[in-house]
Write a protein of this length. Structure first.
Length: 425
């Protein structure tokens, strides 16, 4: 993560402010502006950690803040330590510590052994803008707290950022969830990450999620979640990427297509290719449709690319889908409060009934995809090639990018559908 100092702005500053509040150095307004209060809090962190108190969040300070970004701290057992005393010291519980450290016997702690100690707050934040770095911190933190949740990179973005996946469950029913094909629909990312966290936490505690025993979900299904298909685009839209050659090239593309506000109207990857127009399902028709709208070169949105699966992100998603071989897929987009379920008449057995159930659970409308946007999408390709149910959920209402304040309401609305989707095939 970049160094932050007085005058810095953006999602990285919001995350720093959140971390400082979590660590007890606030209260700070999480406004993304590094002002005097944030500088003072950084200086206090530096003093506590025996760092030079210059008020600049450089590499050493960011490293000291890492536990407050990921939600856990790693310690070495010292003489006299017990699971109970360590949990109490860090505001955790013995149950959370034992869950994060499978195989550890409380009565036989080894001096010098490494322990993961979860901190007393949820990993996934609900009040700040997301960035690719924050996605990585969430994935790291969830994997540390819940070792049965398997994290992996399934590919790289144009700028080389990992496309993270989270897998959990031991059942035979495989369900693939993914979010943020479109950069300015990044609010779908914390929706999916929060679902992963709450499902893992409920399963570990033997509790229900959305009225369903979480253990039952993980016994019946194996879930694969890809929370951010387009991490570069996310950084551009949320303001984490504001300089450098990639930013200058993106701005030049936007200047050629002024119909799209910059960067708020950016949907594409950093090569100006719309990732949800990249799949080999009527790709030529999608190219024709978008050309009729004047989109014939790399653009903030609606450019189909030089060929299907030409982009590293869409190629990675297609390869993951073929490996995982899901029985059902859910594609999270925004906005409109609608669920799309068909492509060119491909209607797998039972797909409409499942769609009707998801619509009933969310209050969203079940609809056919409009012709102008009904080709070359991930859902289209999945329905065509796999002949299994696939759905696009357009979350929330408003103008993309939806504000983070909408997240709690969106999540509560779609949570039942996310949970039930694991059980319906």
């Amino acid at each position: 993560m970049r160094s932050l100092r007085f005058g810095s702005t953006g999602p990285a500053v919001e995350l720093l402010q959140l971390g400082l509040n979590r660590a007890g150095f606030g209260p700070l307004e999480q406004d993304g502006v590094f002002g005097p209060a944030t500088r003072g809090a950084v200086s206090r962190v530096q003093a506590v950690n025996r760092l030079h108190p210059d008020g600049i969040a450089g590499p050493a300070t960011q490293q000291a803040m890492l536990p407050w970004y990921t939600g856990y701290v790693s310690v070495r057992v010292r003489p006299g330590d017990t699971i109970w005393s360590l949990a109490r010291l860090y505001g955790s519980s013995t149950e959370a510590v034992l869950l994060a450290n499978p195989g550890v016997r409380p009565e036989e702690l080894q001096i010098g052994a490494a322990l993961i100690l979860p901190l007393p707050f949820p990993v996934v934040p609900e009040t700040i803008r997301f960035s690719s770095a924050l996605v990585g911190y969430c994935v790291q933190g969830l994997g540390a707290r819940y070792p049965f949740l398997r994290a992996a990179s399934v590919g790289k973005s144009v700028l080389g950022k990992p496309l993270w996946s989270l897998r959990l469950g031991r059942g035979e029913n495989r369900v693939l969830y993914h979010a943020e094909h479109h950069a300015n629909e990044w609010i779908t990312t914390p929706v999916l990450l929060r679902f992963a966290e709450e499902l893992a936490a409920a399963a570990a505690a033997g509790e229900e999620l959305a009225g369903i025993p979480a253990g039952e979900i993980l016994d019946y299904a194996e879930l694969c979640l890809v929370p951010a298909v387009n991490p570069d685009g996310m950084d551009l839209v949320t303001g984490e990427l504001t300089a450098g050659e990639a930013f200058r090239q993106a701005r030049a593309m936007a200047e050629r297509y002024p119909r799209y506000p910059f960067p708020a109207g950016w949907k594409a990857n950093l090569r100006g290719v719309d990732l949800n127009l990249q799949y080999p399902a009527g790709w030529e028709q999608a190219r024709e449709n978008k050309a009729a709208l004047g989109i014939t070169s790399p653009a903030p949105a609606d450019f189909v690319g030089p060929a299907p699966l030409s982009e590293p992100e869409s190629k990675a998603m297609a390869a993951l889908t073929e490996r995982f071989d899901p029985a059902l897929t859910l594609s999270l987009h925004s906005q409109g409060e609608v669920i799309y379920w068909q492509y060119r008449g491909y209607a797998p057995e039972g797909a409409q009934k499942i769609g009707e159930l998801l619509a009933e659970l969310t209050g969203y409308a079940l609809a056919d995809t409009p012709y102008a946007s009904g080709f070359a999408g991930y859902k289209d390709w999945f329905l065509q090639d796999f002949r299994r149910p696939g759905y696009t959920l357009e979350l929330g209402r408003g103008v993309n990018p939806l504000p983070i304040r909408d997240l709690p309401g969106i999540y509560e609305t779609v949570l039942p559908a996310l949970a039930v989707a694991a059980l319906v095939t």
